[in-house]
Design a protein around this ligand. Structure first.
Ligand code: GP9
Ligand code: MN
Length: 688
């Protein structure tokens, strides 16, 4: 073994010595001048773009995106060797122009939107419009022209080589060899790059979740290539199978009435009221039910829950689109799509949504979120959902001292939002507004900024002299779950301040507040086990043999992912009550629709006051939940929730209901089945 290693070492040393002795690198540069110039020009431009747009130390010193750019540029450039004579230059210059254009467009786009451009936006006049105007007015800056310098250098360099007779011409055989070798080196570079990636990074690349994040790690060229594929994918999928999809949808809704065919005690009770929706980031029920040494994690919310209508078994139904999936389901009663995300890939479809239906009733509709407007492609999708206005980061003042975690703190966000809502209420008769919070977002590590809240466990010891001593045990301090509770405590305080300010401004007087947790916080199961089974004496988890040990298996974990849903009015229109039936995000639209006086025939959920205990919550992965059972579709196993025998038929019936619902929902989005013009177009095409 030792000998083999020594041999290998010698070989490597020999290889490098040979490279040095024979001036391999120098010769390579000499023999491939134009290609090398092409690679350098393209990589300089992409690096310049990253550095000029995202000026963080992490980005400025990042090597990985340079490796990715190198790999891509080499692989694409390698094909130039297949062309004879001047053809090689032509091929390379077309790509050099294209790559430069990518950098320039993104440079302009970034100045305007603090994000990177997407091909899918090309179909949106909303994008072309403002950017077009802005370019003419003031957005095109000197820095956007820097990218032309390397390109001009490349063109100039070629002409100089040609003039001096130094533009290399290769034999056919040599060209083939060069093409093959360069392609291999490009591919190896990309493979090396892939090995440096974490699972999280790959996941985010696939989802195109946050464009800045992707460009910072993958470089602009890989980002744009991926974006092109992502933009074309939905168009290609939607080309086949329209008729079947339409028929399935029509069958699904065959028995559903075109207009609401029932009334119950909640019908129209909220009609005409303003609506404030709070999309509470990562807020789980567990935070509402937890106290530390007698201190509630969420005192403000708990108070409101006692005064309002609380749904105690409410679940979000998100897939990879997390926040954005919840926004979709909440506003349209549709499920997330089976591939990609509706917000990113299907923002140009027609949706029947709560903002649109309320707009028909004279409401002004808006959304507020102090993050970059291109996160989850909200800039485009909020328009598709029918919001009259989206107040994003651009409309908020973000001072450094007000930043926590992902961006502007909830306290500052709410304070500034109240001012905006005040103005809206002066200008509009009634409004529907959704406020999307941000601070309580994973990884919950900005603990110093959440304010003082201890997640310890106090032990009171009786002393012999009759006095007592309090000993504080660390309990959840330092765990992710512990940090989560601290973060939620902050979010709750921010909500408390918000409602107080809204009340002071008289903005709660004729308003209904709807608050939901957008999805669970994906916290480690081990932390819950510690929370439930903490042994103060050992500062460790009790043994599972301990008679007081509480199990927390994967089903408990799933059930614990429930999030709050609260409907509250200041004037008591909504009476205090707790609804225990299981309910999903898709049931909100029909439930509040009945209260506010609108109806969507194509909702997949139900008014909870109609369906009651027969309700079923469908999850995008095929799992489902009823009052009786939690079913896991991957394992094809379930956990009964009541002392009741579950029949095989019950499972089968629900399974086929779930499968059908998920398919119909997906098709409605992918094939744009809610677009009344679509049917016409398809019919016309068939007649031709
Ligand atoms: C992004 C925020 C978080 O602006 O809404 O999204 P999430 O990571 O929860 O999907
Ligand atoms: Mn979220």
């Amino acid at each position: 073994m030792k000998e083999k290693l020594q041999n290998l070492k010698n070989k490597v040393i020999h290889f490098f010595k040979k490279i040095k002795k024979e001036h391999v690198i120098r010769n390579y540069f000499k023999n491939n001048r134009l290609f090398v110039a092409f690679v350098i020009v393209c990589v300089i431009n992409s690096t310049m773009l990253r550095i000029l747009t995202m000026q963080t130390t992490e980005n400025i010193f990042a090597i990985r995106p340079i490796i990715a750019d190198l790999g891509i540029v080499m692989a694409i450039g390698s094909f130039s060797y297949l062309f004879k004579g001047k053809g090689r230059y032509r091929y390379l210059s077309i790509w050099a122009v294209l790559f430069t254009a990518i950098c320039m467009v993104n440079s302009v786009y970034y100045t305007f939107y603090t994000s990177f451009a997407s091909f899918s936006m090309l179909s949106l006049t909303q994008f072309i419009g403002p950017v077009g105007d802005a370019v003419v007015q003031n957005v095109l800056q000197l820095k956007d022209l820097f990218y032309l310098i390397p390109l001009f250098f490349f063109i100039f360099y070629y002409h100089r080589l040609a003039k001096k007779g130094e533009y290399q011409k290769y034999e056919k055989k040599e060209r083939k060899k060069k093409f093959f070798n360069t392609l291999i080196v490009g591919a190896i570079t990309l493979i090396v790059f892939c090995f440096t990636l974490s699972g999280l990074e790959i996941g985010r690349f696939v989802k195109q979740w946050n464009r800045e994040y992707i460009v910072m790690r993958f470089g602009i060229y890989l980002y744009q290539g991926n974006d092109l594929v992502k933009s074309l994918q939905p168009k290609i999928t939607a080309m086949f199978g329209y008729d079947n999809a339409k028929k399935d949808m029509d069958d699904y809704f065959e028995g559903t009435s075109d207009t609401q065919d029932y009334t119950n005690e909640y019908t129209n009770i909220l009609e005409g009221k303003n609506v404030i929706v709070i999309h509470a980031e990562s807020l789980q029920d567990v935070a509402l039910n937890t106290t530390f040494n007698g201190q509630e994690v969420t005192p403000n919310l708990n108070k409101m829950i006692k005064e309002g209508m609380f749904f105690s078994n409410f679940y979000s139904q998100v897939s990879v689109g997390t926040s954005s999936d919840t926004e979709l389901t909440f506003n349209t009663s549709l499920m997330p799509t089976q591939s990609g995300t509706a917000f990113v890939s299907y923002f140009d479809r027609t949706y029947i949504s709560t903002p649109k239906l309320l707009k028909d009733k004279g409401y002004y509709t808006f959304s507020m979120h102090a993050n970059n407007a291109d996160f989850w492609n909200r800039r485009a999708m909020h328009e598709s959902l029918g919001y009259d206005n989206f107040y994003s980061k651009e409309t908020y003042e973000v001072k450094d001292e007000d930043v926590i975690g992902l961006g502007l703190s909830d306290k500052s966000f709410f304070a500034q939002s109240v001012e905006k809502i005040k103005q809206i209420s002066e200008e509009h008769e009634k409004f529907y507004g959704v406020l999307i919070t941000l601070t309580n977002h994973t990884p919950f590590s900005d603990v110093d900024k959440y304010g003082e809240f201890k997640v310890t466990m106090n032990e009171t010891i009786q002393n012999e002299d009759g006095t007592t001593t309090v000993v504080e045990h660390p309990y959840l301090e330092g765990t992710k779950l512990g940090n989560y509770f601290k973060s939620v405590h902050y979010a709750d305080a921010a909500l408390g301040e918000f409602f107080q300010k809204m009340d002071e401004e008289g903005l709660l007087d004729n308003t209904v507040v709807i608050l939901y947790g957008d999805h669970d916080a994906r916290l480690p199961r081990a932390d819950y086990i510690r929370m439930l089974n903490y042994d103060m004496q050992t500062d460790d988890v009790k043994s599972s043999d301990d008679p007081t040990y509480q199990e927390f298996n994967s089903y408990h974990y799933e059930l614990n992912r429930k999030v709050p849903l609260l409907i509250w009015t200041k004037d008591g229109t909504i009476e205090p009550q707790v609804i225990d039936d299981v309910m999903g995000m898709y049931d909100v639209m029909p439930t509040i629709g009945n209260m506010l006086g609108f109806y969507n025939k194509y909702a997949l959920g139900h008014d909870i006051f109609e369906i009651g205990e027969d309700n079923i919550v469908v999850f995008p992965n095929g799992n489902w939940l009823t009052n009786k059972v939690y079913y896991n579709s991957q394992d094809e196993e379930y956990m009964p929730l009541k002392d009741e025998i579950i029949s095989e038929d019950y499972i089968q019936e629900n399974n086929s209901y779930v499968e059908n619902l998920l398919d119909v929902s997906n098709n409605m989005i992918v094939f744009d089945l809610l677009n009344p013009d679509k049917d016409k177009v398809v019919n016309e095409e068939e007649e031709e």
